[in-house]
Design a protein around this ligand. Structure first.
Ligand SMILES: Nc1nc2c(c(=O)[nH]1)N[C@@H](CN(C=O)c1ccc(C(=O)N[C@@H](CCC(=O)O)C(=O)O)cc1)CN2
Length: 307
């Protein structure tokens, strides 16, 4: 029988706020002791409405922790060659510590090529192959923001509700993208979890999910993970952000939901991230963390500790 006491909600919004406050202290220390103010440049190409909101939030959050922020807005008619030229200029600019190109890019551009053009030391998204390689072999590099934020929430939840470490836990990640699924798998392997990555061709997905002590959903399909796919006592991390239409009293309205059927999964889970206010806010907080980390690496300083 399902234990109805299960299902702690993991407060990503609150955790992200605390992380931003701790980062602001570290940024002030860096300024006071080294005279360095980290600077993040965000480049957006085109007018995707969701991207415009995320980029605005990134700029405001960067300023709020005491860093310098620049946003470069380019029309969607920009050529790939022009974008690569801009990245080369930002790479060469010593005042710039972090470069982020907002995704998705317009269809006429190769995101792999664009990401590859960013100096790996300034790649605050952690998407460059050099940073992906460092993560794979356990070297100090820049870790993608959403998986990093997911791991922070997971470690905190296991400490709070499970009392132990992640070592030996079975983790199933549903989704194999370069920016979430694969780096998440590396991070969990580095925590000594036994990791399985599932994808659209995986057989018996429900049965596989039911083996998971840690279930990470990153498929980009609303409520794809049903409640009865969640093992009793599992930790559920929902990375999905899907905008759907729902019926309201005044007609249709849009709502953001995750990849997990939250209401059905919560009674099974030991702890679960909601959508919104779960993993999402951690993405921007970890971007600030990575910008500070990048600034330290570029000046030969150790990565800030105790965050
Ligand atoms: N270069 C990058 N592009 C994109 C990334 C990224 O990490 N780097 N991630 C996403 C978008 N994203 C940040 O860029 C992002 C998405 C969602 C949230 C967030 O806080 N979501 C809220 C809900 C928002 C809503 O109501 O629409 C939440 O979950 O509470 C932050 C950042 C794709 N592109």
């Amino acid at each position: 029988m399902t234990d109805t006491s299960m299902g702690h909600i993991i407060d990503g919004f609150g955790y992200a706020k605390g992380l931003r406050e701790r980062l602001a202290v570290k940024v002030a220390e860096l300024k006071a002791t080294q005279g360095i103010t980290p600077c993040l440049v965000v480049v957006i190409v085109g007018e995707d409405p969701a991207s415009q909101i995320y980029v605005k939030n990134k700029g405001e959050s960067t300023i709020a922790v005491g860093m310098d922020s620049r946003t470069i807005t380019l029309p969607d008619t920009t050529t790939e060659a022009d974008l690569l030229k801009l990245i080369a200029e930002l790479n060469a600019d010593a005042a710039v510590n972090g470069i982020l190109v907002q995704l998705p890019l317009p269809k006429h551009m190769s995101s792999l090529k664009v990401i590859d053009a960013i100096d790996p030391l300034k790649d605050v998204d952690g998407f460059h192959v050099e940073n992906a390689g460092k993560l794979a072999v356990g070297l100090d590099g820049i870790v993608p923001c959403t998986p990093l934020g997911s791991l922070m929430l997971l470690k905190d939840a296991v400490k709070t509700y499970g009392g132990g470490s992640l070592a030996g836990m079975n983790a199933v990640i549903v989704g194999r993208s370069n920016i979430v699924g694969k780096p998440m798998a590396q991070l969990l392997l580095n925590q000594d979890c036994t990791v399985t990555i599932a994808h659209s061709k995986t057989k018996n997905l429900k049965e596989l999910c039911l083996t998971a002590d840690i279930l990470v959903a990153a498929v980009g399909r609303p409520k794809f993970i049903a409640g009865d796919w969640v093992k009793d006592g599992a930790y559920v991390i929902d990375v999905g952000i899907n905008r759907i239409e729902v019926d309201g009293p005044d007609g249709k309205k849009s709502k953001v939901v995750g990849d997990v059927d939250f209401d059905a999964a919560k009674p099974h889970a030991k702890a679960i991230t909601p959508v919104p206010r779960g993993v999402g806010p951690m993405t921007i907080a970890c971007l600030l963390n990575n910008t500070l980390h990048a600034a330290c690496l570029q000046h030969g300083l150790p990565a800030p500790e105790g965050l």
